[in-house]
Design a binder for this molecule. Structure first.
Ligand code: AMP
Ligand code: ZN
Length: 119
């Protein structure tokens, strides 16, 4: 069911502390941790603690959590000083767009020049 913890979901396991992660920020509803395979000097994943399969599912089921995720992404950007140079927030959605973990997450990327359009 939407929002319920999933036993076999990697990011639910990180939320439960069953898989280690380098935490950057934590609130009641959101966790931010460093991507294990960083694509930029700052590459942080910002996730709702509750399980939703992608950004659209999150937005239709729990819109307040979208605001929580985006606010926390902005807080991380400020802490990492990427807000002064610009940063990108990406929600890969669907396998064809590169989504590999089906627990909604924002990639916060910054600290280098970012090409547009992305590949
Ligand atoms: P996506 O491909 O958009 O679904 O993003 C999933 C991201 O999770 C990728 O950028 C991976 O590098 C990252 N990732 C996978 N396993 C871990 C982990 N154990 N800790 C932190 N990041 C991870
Ligand atoms: Zn999950």
């Amino acid at each position: 069911m939407a929002g319920e913890p999933q036993a076999d979901c990697l990011f639910c396991k990180i939320v439960r502390g069953e898989v280690p992660a380098t935490l950057v920020r934590e609130t009641e509803t959101v966790l931010a941790f460093r991507d294990i395979n960083p694509q930029a000097p700052t590459h942080v994943l910002v996730i709702p603690k509750a399980h939703y399969r992608d950004a659209a599912d999150l937005a239709s089921s729990a819109p307040q959590l979208v605001a929580d995720v985006l606010r926390e992404a902005g807080e991380v950007a400020a802490e990492e000083k990427t807000d002064s140079t610009g940063y990108r927030i990406v929600f890969n959605t669907g396998a064809g767009a590169g989504q590999t973990v089906f627990h909604a997450h924002a990639h916060l990327l910054g600290g280098r020049g970012l090409e547009w359009p992305p590949g």
